[in-house]
Design a protein around this ligand. Structure first.
Ligand code: PLP
Length: 407
């Protein structure tokens, strides 16, 4: 008899985006003329820029000729892209990362979800609250969560992110082994200072813990004093893995390319307390379960690091950041406390009221879609997330409608 992985029975239904979609459909059906503006989901709206499209085409053309055709590539990614990342994202900021420490994949969702399988099922896991749900659900599937009771998984440690701590939790007083951090944060848009990251690195070193640092929104950082990478913190290479993605950086949500950095120094321990190289384990896992990102996509991603590509990509991010600034400043002018929106495409608005009721009000009275904070965890209650990923005219129209309703 084939038996199910019982841990799947502990998963909570992911109501959030399906409930939002259902509410939008119902509202649209009863108001066929309503023009709904979506500032809910975190998906990009601007097209791939020209130099990236050209590199993509060129890669496809190469695949169409016998002399330049490529079959299976290296599972870890082509050298040209790993080298461009090591130089463009790390050495340029004074961080010495080697191409062999960079693993190309088809998404930070898969990587942040899969990485936990390298660790013992008894590992004590700390997750942010509110949280990008992948961190929680993949640990539930693996059997690390314990039962669900009182709105929480009993064996997970929740790092509460609230207005009281500026939405950046400090390391816990208890001992944990695996720590998920995400900065700039989804959903709050908060960024972590150097001091705050230093506290986490020093906690991880002291407890021989590991930080899984999700930097999917790194490209939105504009303030010089905010670290772009956890490896800008001394001693982080031994205790941190970093995830990045071309999804929000370069409009690759539909094209799919991301990468994970596992430094050679990064350690995990066996039962006898001996150090093992995490890079070698991830290499083993990656080459066993993954067959590489398509060649044209990797060529397109590499174009992000050319002078023209990086200028174009920066221009698009600037566009979203201007949307974010407009949203944040309008919500503040309406009297709402906000975090994010600077150095981040998300604005986390403190409504102080039931977040689904606030969502319903914006949908029915302004025909604007946001995301209710409660969907990201208990600390999200009393908040909504507004996303800056949309066209400027729609953002402005949405803000005018919101002002009419809330003003
Ligand atoms: N990490 C965070 C924090 C995200 O918000 C997202 C996407 O929304 C991802 C990872 C997934 O990125 P990718 O498109 O590379 O799978």
């Amino acid at each position: 008899m084939i038996r199910v992985n019982e841990h799947y029975g502990l998963l909570r239904s992911s109501y959030l985006f399906s409930t939002i979609a259902k509410k939008i459909d119902e509202f649209q059906a009863s108001h066929p003329g309503a023009h709904i503006i979506r500032l809910g989901i975190g998906d990009v709206t601007r097209a791939l820029p020209p130099s990236i499209v050209a590199a993509f085409h060129h890669g496809v053309d190469e695949m169409g000729r016998d002399e330049s055709f490529r079959g299976y590539g290296p599972e870890q990614g082509y050298g040209f892209l790993r080298e461009a990342i090591a130089a463009g994202d790390y050495r340029s900021r004074g961080v010495d990362i080697e191409p062999e420490e960079v693993f190309i994949s088809d998404g930070a969702k898969c990587d942040t979800g899969n990485f936990q399988e390298l660790f013992s099922t008894t590992a004590r896991v700390a997750v942010p609250d509110p949280v990008y749900p992948v961190y929680v659900d993949t640990n539930v599937m693996a059997g690390r969560s314990g039962p669900w009771a009182d709105g929480r998984y009993q064996r997970l440690h929740y790092l509460q992110s609230t207005s009281a701590n500026g939405y950046v939790p400090a390391p816990p007083t208890e001992e944990v082994d695996l720590i998920y951090l995400c900065f700039p944060n989804n959903p709050t848009g908060a960024t972590a200072t150097r001091d705050q990251l230093e506290a986490w690195v020093s906690y991880a070193r002291e407890h021989r813990a590991l930080i899984l640092f999700d930097a999917a929104y790194e490209a939105f950082i504009r303030n010089d004093d905010i670290p772009h990478s956890i490896y800008e913190i001394a001693g982080a290479k031994e205790v941190a893995v970093e995830f990045r993605s071309f999804s929000k950086t370069a409009g690759f949500t539909g094209t799919r390319c991301a990468f994970t950095v596992v430094p050679r120094e990064c350690a995990v321990y066996n039962e006898a307390g001996q150090k093992l190289a995490l890079r070698d384990l991830w290499n083993r896992r990656h080459t066993t379960k993954f067959n590489g990102v398509s060649y044209p996509v990797q060529r397109a991603a590499a174009a992000v690091y050319t002078p023209e590509g990086s200028r174009e990509v920066r221009g698009i991010i600037d566009y979203y950041l201007e949307n974010a600034r407009l949203i944040r400043e309008r919500m503040q002018s309406l009297g709402y406390g906000c975090v994010g929106g600077y150095n981040s495409p998300y604005i986390w608005v403190e409504t102080g009221t039931d977040s689904w009721a606030f969502f319903d009000r914006l949908l029915t009275e302004a025909q604007v879609v946001c995301t209710p904070g409660a969907g990201f965890g208990p600390c999200g209650e009393g908040h909504i997330r507004i996303s800056a990923f949309n066209h400027r005219d729609r953002v402005l129209e949405a803000l005018d409608r919101i002002s009419r309703v809330l003003g």
